[in-house]
Design a protein. Structure first.
Length: 556
């Protein structure tokens, strides 16, 4: 749906970031670099077998780490559980470390360090903190604080699950916490110069004049009613050609329609802008368009995937588009200026909730809306087909390399306790069932998908969930880590494995490539505090947990 008219801009991303292969790691794209796509001159299908471990660095904490390092000139910058560290990109020797005053990671965080990567602008590094809902700007040479902005929190406890997204003169961040208390989601833009707040956008409406307010019922979002949600859990994507920043949003909270705060006797309300993708004018904070994937979501279909912005030839015309992977199992192509839906393809074998599209509108199976607290429903895909790890797009091969998972779950909920008070947890979901019949011949996969046809060119399947980021190169390779501890390089055209390395633990990180003195390096973050199970049919143990660390490989 289009609201207003998009504004064109000549804002550009710094060349240093693009050449360091981190445009995509921060959700950025530019005319010269599609998301996840890295020009590479020496790492080829023929030379990749010569990759050797150069060094590893213990990051000093336990816990899931699902981001990427940032490379600039000769230094790697890494978000940690308490701040940021700078490492020599060739030797791994620590140059400086910034630790926030708070000593323990914020208790609400689902991972111990923010997703995505820090941002570099000139001689300043900008990153989110895992210790508290704050963004810090540091001197990249010394680690000295230039500014620190603690984000306002009027609706309960929030934290930052992701690093900011660079968008012109601003960085944009979405404080999270709606699953822990009924916090209405927001996006905030901070000025790069001093960290002051340039604008805010309510992902869940709060003001009487907001046209989205009428889409909620019977209660409007507020802490007093315990109604909120719509969190931007992940990094976004910035389109400098149109000065638009794109984010996915989470479910409403509480999601359970049997909850008296959400119950509707008549038609279910859509609850804008939850379970959606939104495009915001980066300079002003005005809404350009939104696409709601699941109106009235009560199945936990957070749309927390990272959009890909790129140019694509569609019907002999070059279009500026956004490729959107939905948690419900669809791959969408939308016009990045208008939000018009150009293509939609169901990639999963079947979907029980989001069953298709009529024109540009999603078709939801209302028979799966529960009518009794004693019943449960079978939701497929239930563990979210596409999750938080970023995909990659190869513009020459016209393939999207999408980490994904496929299984079904049972959704149910108990009634809201009489003891509920404002600010306490808004969701009362029962544990998902893990029945053998809800698993298939694989759980996770890395799939190579033609976004114009929906055809899967190849996929590498695994009995574990696969939610690790992807890198693809101009020389025809795809690189990703898997829950079985293997970091693998594939032939981008065929899916054949060209190289693999056994890491010490499960990695949910996103690999990057960088070059120093003509030698290319491959870096990836490793670490998880809890292993993930395998399919019951496989008989395999859970994946291996291990401390957070950074592994760097290079060609001889």
């Amino acid at each position: 749906m289009k609201i207003g008219s998009p504004r064109r801009s000549t804002l550009a991303i710094s060349m240093a970031v693009c050449l360091s292969a981190l445009c995509w790691a921060n959700g950025q794209s530019s005319p010269m670099s599609a998301a996840g796509y890295v020009p590479s001159s020496t790492l080829t299908p023929e030379s990749v077998s010569s990759l050797q471990l150069a060094w590893a660095h213990d990051l000093g904490f336990e816990g899931r780490i699902a981001g990427a390092p940032l490379f600039d000139t000769d230094t790697l910058f890494v978000s940690t559980d308490t701040g940021v560290i700078a490492l020599d990109a060739v030797s791994g020797i620590e140059r400086w470390a910034y630790q926030d005053g708070a000593t323990a990671a914020y208790s609400g965080s689902l991972q111990r360090a923010p997703r995505g990567a820090p941002i570099i602008q000139g001689d300043t590094v900008i990153a989110s903190l895992a210790t508290r809902p704050a963004v810090v700007a540091l001197n990249k040479h010394t680690g000295e604080v230039r500014w620190l902005r603690e984000l306002p929190s009027d609706y309960g406890d929030t934290y930052l699950s992701s690093n900011p997204t660079l968008a012109g003169d601003h960085v944009v961040i979405g404080p999270t916490g709606a699953d822990l208390s009924p916090i209405p989601g927001q996006l905030l833009a901070l000025r790069i110069s001093d960290g002051t707040i340039a604008w805010t956008f309510d992902l869940v409406p709060l003001q009487p004049e907001d046209p989205a307010l009428s889409s909620w019922g019977p209660f409007a979002p507020s802490l007093s009613y315990g109604v909120g949600g719509g969190t931007a859990w992940n990094i976004g994507a910035y389109d400098p050609e149109n000065d638009l920043v794109l984010f996915g949003t989470g479910q409403p909270a509480p999601a359970d329609r049997l909850d008296p705060r959400r119950y509707e006797e008549d038609d279910v309300t859509p609850d804008l802008y939850t379970a959606s993708f939104v495009a915001i004018h980066a300079s002003t904070g005005a809404l350009a368009w939104f696409h709601q994937v699941v109106p009235g979501d009560e199945w936990e279909y957070d749309q927390h995937t990272v959009p890909i912005v790129t140019d694509m030839v569609i019907q002999d015309e070059v279009r500026r588009v956004a490729i959107l992977a939905t948690t419900t199992g669809f791959l969408l192509i939308v016009d990045v200026q208008t939000g018009d839906l150009l293509q939609n393809h169901m990639i999963v074998p079947f979907s029980t909730v989001h069953v298709g599209y009529e024109g540009s509108e999603p078709v939801i199976n209302d028979e799966l809306r529960r009518t009794s607290s004693e019943e449960s429903v079978r939701v497929c895909p239930g563990a979210r087909w596409a999750s938080v790890a970023p995909a990659a797009y190869h513009p020459d091969l016209r393939l999207v390399f999408r980490p994904n998972e496929w299984s079904c779950v049972r959704r149910g909920a108990t009634p809201t306790p009489e003891s509920w008070v404002p600010g306490s947890r808004a969701l009362w979901l029962q544990a998902d069932a893990r029945n053998e019949e809800d698993f298939f011949d694989r759980w996770g996969a890395l799939s190579a998908i033609d976004p114009l046809t929906g055809n899967v060119a190849w996929e590498f399947m695994t009995p574990y969930r696969h939610d690790s980021g992807v890198l693809t190169t101009s020389t025809g390779m795809v690189i990703s880590a898997f829950a079985d501890r293997s970091l693998r390089a594939f032939d981008a055209r065929t899916g054949s494995v060209l190289w693999s390395y056994i890491l010490p633990a499960h990695s949910d990180g996103t690999p990057i490539l960088y070059e120093v003195d003509g030698i290319e390096h491959l870096a990836i973050l490793v670490g998880r505090d809890i292993g993930v199970p395998a399919t019951p049919q496989s008989g395999l143990p859970p994946s291996v947990a291990g401390p957070a660390s950074l592994f760097v490989f290079r060609l001889p």
